[in-house]
Design a protein around this ligand. Structure first.
Ligand code: ATP
Length: 320
């Protein structure tokens, strides 16, 4: 039995790291991406986790597998492809600090995950099955993702969903929207950013947009993250805004993933059952997730920036 099993993309981001003595750009390899970052947060907080996905049978793939194991994530569901390389992405910093991503994924190993390679038993042994949208940008990984979702549903495994847009990875924006919405049919707990809410619903108003998704997809909990401003939530027993923490932010990479990992950790403490949760308890859980994510923005990267439970509790208890 695992607390959380996640399926999705696993790749290496190369982020700018200054110049060499020759004046050429240097890049630092940052292993992970959303589903792995969520699991690494949970594993750091002592939850049992396993990852399902595909990397190349190459040095980058080995590095990714090792990274997961080093962070306490089970890799029995990780497949090493002989034919296709590990997916890579290069990050470029634009003027003003915005980042752009250049993906080396045509195809990359993560999107050639086949449905028969999905360890269905692993999915069905989980208390929560977690997925995102980037494993649904292409076939055969989309069918593999849907197979895992159907397996989770068949055993009433709770499903958490964190869609990500990344326009460059989709055939078109309408394809992205349609597929992201398709994923919502399976979700119990949904996390979106405010931009993703607007993209999927056309609505900027948090109350209106979250109500629309909540009702249309019969969701149990909707979390809309708002960067430094915290999070808006909607839940059967209430809705509201939980303010973020003021910290010395240096890098927001993966803040949403640390937030969701910390939220799922709190949810597991309530026996992963939303029926047992009161609105005030949910607010406390979100506040804790805000604390974890805020601390994560005070260090560089995603996985290396995950705080310890003690550090998070200290910040959280200062407010609570
Ligand atoms: P990503 O795609 O980078 O993982 P996201 O867009 O899903 O992130 P954000 O809304 O940027 O997520 O941030 C997630 C959470 O992280 C917020 O709800 C908040 O708790 C925390 N957070 C983000 N930025 C800051 C910040 N500058 N200061 C404090 N907390 C922050």
């Amino acid at each position: 039995m695992y607390d959380v099993v996640a399926l999705g993309e696993l790749l290496i981001d190369f982020t700018p790291a200054g110049k060499s003595a020759n004046g050429n750009d240097l890049f630092e390899s940052n292993p992970g991406r959303a589903p792995a970052n969520v699991l690494a947060t949970l594993a750091k907080f002592h939850a049992t986790t396993a990852f399902i996905g595909k990397v190349g049978k190459d040095q980058f793939g080995s590095f990714l597998g090792e990274t997961l194991r080093k962070n306490g994530i089970d890799t029995q569901g990780l497949i090493y492809s002989k034919g296709v390389n590990t997916t890579l992405a290069f990050v470029h910093l634009k003027e003003g600090g915005d980042r752009s991503f250049q993906f080396y994924r045509s195809p990359g190993a993560d999107i050639i995950l086949q449905e028969q390679e999905v360890d269905v038993e692993l999915v069905q042994q989980a208390k929560i099955f977690h997925f995102g949208s980037l494993s649904m940008t292409h076939e055969p990984a989309k069918t593999a993702t849907l197979k895992a979702l159907q397996a989770a549903k068949a055993k009433s495994v709770l499903i958490s969903y964190d869609p990500n847009l990344r326009p460059a990875l989709w055939e078109s924006l309408s394809h992205a929207k349609e597929t992201i919405l398709e994923g919502m049919q399976y979700a119990d707990i949904l996390k979106l950013s405010d931009e993703e809410l607007e993209f999927t619903t056309g609505m900027r108003d948090l109350e209106e947009g979250s109500r629309f998704l909540f009702e249309k997809f019969d969701l149990k909990i909707v979390l809309i993250t708002l960067g430094a401003k915290g999070c808006f939530y909607r839940f059967g027993k209430g809705k509201g805004h939980i303010a973020g923490f003021q910290v010395d932010t240096i890098d927001t990479t993966g803040a949403g993933d640390l937030f969701f990992g910390a939220f799922l950790h709190q949810f597991l403490q309530k026996d992963a059952s939303w029926e047992a949760i009161q609105a005030e308890e949910l607010e406390t859980m979100i506040l804790f997730a805000n604390a974890v994510a805020a601390l994560g923005t005070t260090k560089k990267g995603a996985i290396p920036a995950i705080p310890s439970l003690d550090e998070a509790r200290q910040l959280f208890e200062g407010r609570n």
